[in-house]
Ligand binder design. Structure first.
Ligand SMILES: NC(=O)c1ccc[n+]([C@@H]2O[C@H](COP(=O)([O-])OP(=O)(O)OC[C@H]3O[C@@H](n4cnc5c(N)ncnc54)[C@H](OP(=O)(O)O)[C@@H]3O)[C@@H](O)[C@H]2O)c1
Length: 297
């Protein structure tokens, strides 16, 4: 198969590059800009013409869409671009794949659930009310894909981190090493997701052709439950940053433009049962990522 990866220089895209290294399929890695040291074909997914032409030129059978507008706070003032990338561009990919009867693997988010006071893991059928521009546009992207009628696997994930780009783990690694004291919210609960694990799940579904006849929405995060406070404590512990006094606090101590989901633990039963995907426990994956980060620095 010829597989096009969009947003290949982001967190998830870079992990796809790693897991798909030895694939017998042909992977083409694209993004809006090139970065040094990695091969990247330039593709702006907001242009339907550009999407159509690369699909035709390279006989693309499958797209893994790792591109998105992911800055949740900035999205509140950058609404147009966020909408263009998360909703319209997702539709472009879907429309173009429908035309060639190809498969679109698209990544969505726990932010589609909004701030409802859930207290049990969210299933794929559950509906929520996203509050911010990011959540609303990601939900619109999902709906546009469903409306296109293309073959699709939509995977909602949450709290993504990796060795690449900016993320919570890298920020907290630095802060717990340099600050004597830190306050972190304990009233937002979810599950971290190591982007490598998600990339591997996507890779296996495609590589072993498990997707046939299984169009739909799926949830994937790591296993377990924690708050951002617990997550930070674990980052400090596994990295040996033991001199920082980490305190639990409420979200209202850190006012932000977007109300974040209070409980966004994702139920992964469907993806495990449908594709036989293995889901590592969140602290096991965190330890691996931290070791990789320490060996890089
Ligand atoms: N990060 C999280 O915590 C999180 C949580 C839940 C779900 N998700 C979802 O998971 C997916 C992957 O997230 P991520 O954290 O890996 O994202 P990321 O690191 O922000 O990567 C996104 C990539 O898309 C590129 N891009 C921007 N505009 C583009 C365009 N017009 N055409 C093509 N590519 C473009 C970005 O380039 P530039 O950097 O140059 O803009 C970047 O390389 C996204 O769908 C996201 O919504 C993320």
């Amino acid at each position: 198969m010829n597989i096009l990866v969009t947003g290949a220089n982001g967190q998830l895209g870079n992990e796809i590059r790693i897991v798909a290294k030895n694939s017998t399929d042909n992977y083409i890695y694209t993004d809006v800009v090139e970065i040094e040291g990695v091969e990247t074909t330039i593709l702006d997914i907001t242009s339907l013409d550009s999407v159509r032409s690369i699909i035709k030129e390279s006989s693309i059978d499958c797209i893994i869409n790792c591109a998105a507008y992911t800055n949740v706070d900035k999205a509140e003032t950058d609404t147009e671009l966020c909408e263009l990338l998360n909703a319209k561009a997702a539709e472009n990919l879907a429309v173009a794949m429908k035309e060639v009867d190809g498969l679109l693997v698209h990544i969505s988010t726990d932010y589609v659930f909004g701030t409802e006071p859930y207290n049990s893991p969210c299933t794929e059928e559950q509906t929520g009310t996203p509050t911010g521009v990011y959540g609303k546009t990601k939900l619109q992207g999902e709906q546009n894909i469903l409306a296109s009628g293309c073959k699709h696997i939509i995977i909602r994930t949450a709290w993504l981190y990796s060795e690449f780009g900016k993320n919570f783990v890298k920020t907290m690694l630095q802060l717990t090493a340099t600050k004597p004291q830190l306050k972190v919210v304990f009233d937002q609960v979810g599950t971290p997701t190591y982007a490598y694990d998600l990339a591997l799940a996507i890779y296996e579904i495609i590589n072993e052709r498990k997707f046939e006849g299984h169009d739909g929405i799926y949830h994937y995060s790591n296993e377990g439950v924690c708050s951002w406070f617990d997550f930070t404590k674990a980052i400090a512990k596994y990295s040996g940053n033991l001199n920082c006094d980490i305190q639990a606090c409420h979200s209202n101590e850190f006012p932000s433009p977007v109300k974040r989901p209070a409980y966004s633990v994702l139920d992964k039963t469907k993806i495990k049962e449908t594709f036989g995907v293995k889901v590592p426990y969140w602290t096991d994956s965190l330890e691996i990522c931290l070791k990789n980060l320490q060996s890089i620095n």
